[in-house]
Write a protein that binds this ligand. Sequence first.
Ligand code: HEC
Length: 442
Amino acid sequence: MSRTDQNTGIVIWTTTAVMFAACGPAGATGPLTYARDVKPIVDASCGGCHVEGGIAPFELTTYDDVKLHRFAIAAATKLRTMPPVLAAKGCSEYTNDLSLSDEQISTLGAWAESDALEGEAPEASKPVDTSQAGLSRIDLELPMPIVYTPRQSPDDYRCFVMEWPRQGFSYVTGFRAKPGNAQVVHHVIAYLAGPEYAAEFEALDAAEDGPGYTCFGGANGIGGGTGWLGAWAPGAIGGMYPDDTGILVRPGSKVILQVHYNTLGKTGDLSDRTTVELALTDSVKHRAAYVPFTNFSWIRNGGMTIPAHESDVVHSYRIDPTPYWGLVTAGALPNGVALKVHSAAAHQHLLGTKSKQEVLRKDGTNECLLDIPRWDFHWQQAYWLAKPKLVKPGDQLSITCHWDNSMANQPVVDGKRLMPRDADWGESTTDEMCLGLLYVSE
Ligand code: HEC
């Protein structure tokens, strides 16, 4: 009735059972039931978060849980606010897309509106194992230096500086974060800082009390020699990078772990010690790197102005990236050649409303990489393309971001709603960014 995708562990429905079911209680297969129709959807797409000790505020693991929340479930899935997948349909196909099909959404809605029967699980249905590892092996575990208890609420963005323990060149070929406290760990991004930047990050770390330092937009800005090593958000199982690709880590590097803690409504022990798990090799066939994609002149010279009180400010940028691959990856990738884009992520701050990244081909055709019609700072992740895109010299990458800087869209920081003010590129909560991050390989 379903198959589990090898790469993601996500169950993909492939048969007509769900389509019949979506026709409602009068369908050929009888009335909709929790066991047969609803549970498989909820287990596969909600289970990573709506479990005991998970990031979500309530569990969706039993019939009673799901029945109790059925109308909220129907509403949230119909609005596509849950599961929190920001990527729009119809742009590209992603291997790690948790979002529901239209059929699945109507099944949840129709079941809620009907008698919400429990039913019996068919013989073939097995509980979905969401604990399944997305890494085929773990060669290195990097735990946070010490336990940390979030100090700012509801959101605490904290960076921890960790030594890279290996000698010689290593390539990271798989990445996963294991939250120490799944209740409060909202996302984890591991940045890599080359040996020449190690002292800079040690200084940032030393400048603040306690473990780590406060960091909001990134580890310290993207001009500062950091790239991504990997990212994790609740619901993601992590995984191996595309075959024969990996990210170079030189001896003496630092891994800067940015952990976003969300403590809203959470009680009890909020302390955390998150661990990063990596698969490594000494060499790879195809070197890879996360490539930051933006207009670097916005970072250096400003010019990404977002005037106060304007409700739809747009900035766009396009460029043939191929002459700069080496520059933006500190030499990890070669200049002037065609390279493959495997994944795309987007990053804006709190005033951001939407963004789109595309490949504009030399021949005038466009291919969509990632379209985020409703940006939400809380839910950042990399979307892995089912079919990587080769970007050749003469092609361009384009990025367009929108912001709403009106009174109505001002963020609440430390319990206070901010007044609109002119914003531009920067690191802090009141600054903005328009950044794509692409996993690119030879
Ligand atoms: C990546 C983690 C994650 C996944 C996956 C997820 N949720 Fe949630 N959900 C949350 C969090 C966290 C909240 C609390 C509100 C918030 O932070 O947005 C929430 C809130 C909700 C709410 C109440 C708020 C609202 O929007 O009405 C409902 C209902 C809900 N989730 C249903 C679901 C269903 C159904 C699924 C699967 C189809 C799902 N969620 C998948 C994390 C998740």
